[in-house]
Design a binder for this molecule. Sequence first.
Ligand SMILES: CC/C=C\C/C=C\C/C=C\CCC/C=C/C(=O)SCCNC(=O)CCNC(=O)[C@H](O)C(C)(C)COP(=O)(O)OP(=O)(O)OC[C@H]1O[C@@H](n2cnc3c(N)ncnc32)[C@H](O)[C@@H]1OP(=O)(O)O
Length: 302
Amino acid sequence: MALAVGIRGLTRSLLRPWVRVPGPARGRTEPAAGGGDGVRCFGSPRVLVEPDPAAGFAVMKMRNPPVNSLSLEFLTELLISLEKLESDKAFHAIILTSDCPGIFSAGLDLMEMCGRDPTHYAEYWKAVQELWLRFYLSHLVVISAINGVNAAGGCLLALSCDYRVLADNPKYAMGLNETLLGIIAPFWFKDTLVNTVGHRTAERALQLGLLFPPAEALQVGMVDKVVPEDQVLSAARSELAQWLAIPGHARQLTKSLMRKPTADRLLKERDADIQNFVRFISRDAIQKALRVYLEKLKQKKT
Ligand SMILES: CC/C=C\C/C=C\C/C=C\CCC/C=C/C(=O)SCCNC(=O)CCNC(=O)[C@H](O)C(C)(C)COP(=O)(O)OP(=O)(O)OC[C@H]1O[C@@H](n2cnc3c(N)ncnc32)[C@H](O)[C@@H]1OP(=O)(O)O
């Protein structure tokens, strides 16, 4: 099985990053995220980046409709956006949010994990690992402005941020609900949750596949602030000020000190983790469970 799948190679073959974005932003100068100083938005088909270099941050908007499911292409584009911002000294922070109304992310793309071959599963899982590692360890301040429902892999992405603001809408539940699908949150998903909400809450949440509505998410510490829906971005921007006021090197080293042991657990056994995933997801019973779950999602409409 080809485990040594290069995400960078993949990105080169799949994408032409930093094209001027299609759709609403094309051909016009968007107000920058914070300052409106005429800086152009940029991005890729599924990730819109609104930079505000004067203020030192960019808003990264996920737009992989209908539900921002984390397909291989989307993961790749998110990584490219992150790398681009990380390598530009003008940026010290990112606000991660969604451009899909009512949905932050439906999590990992079930179509990537269903009915494909082992090589594909391995490639996909490597990209999922990479996204988590890069966001979790980013030297930038990353704040998520969660403006919609946020399941499993999407929740992991938010948990990897430094601070979470959630819109106060009872429909916007978030959590690691893998067990509801008959699958398992891997140890590094689990560790990320434990680091956020503590062992007991994480254990209960993971076993029951709980999706927490805003008040409960706040109460257990899964998010740091709940605000009216129309204030999610402004609240994230206000919070940023506090983080950016800290000397960068001190904050970055402290972040690394806090997070490196968790990341190292995966880094030490990345290939084994990929093999575990491939073995697990390829099982007939798991494939059947995923098909049933997808079918239920479709039936919900009829
Ligand atoms: C011993 C073991 C050792 C080791 C184990 C090793 C590894 C562990 C193994 C596996 C780990 C996997 C970890 C998985 C993480 C995940 O993230 S799994 C994904 C979990 N996500 C969800 O459960 C959310 C599912 N979606 C929804 O609940 C709803 O779609 C929504 C609430 C997000 C939005 O609802 P609506 O607005 O009503 O939209 P629809 O439901 O109609 O959806 C529109 C459209 O999108 C399709 N879709 C939805 N979610 C996904 C998805 N995650 N992936 C792919 N596609 C999705 C949905 O089917 C609809 O499609 P169409 O019908 O329009 O074709």
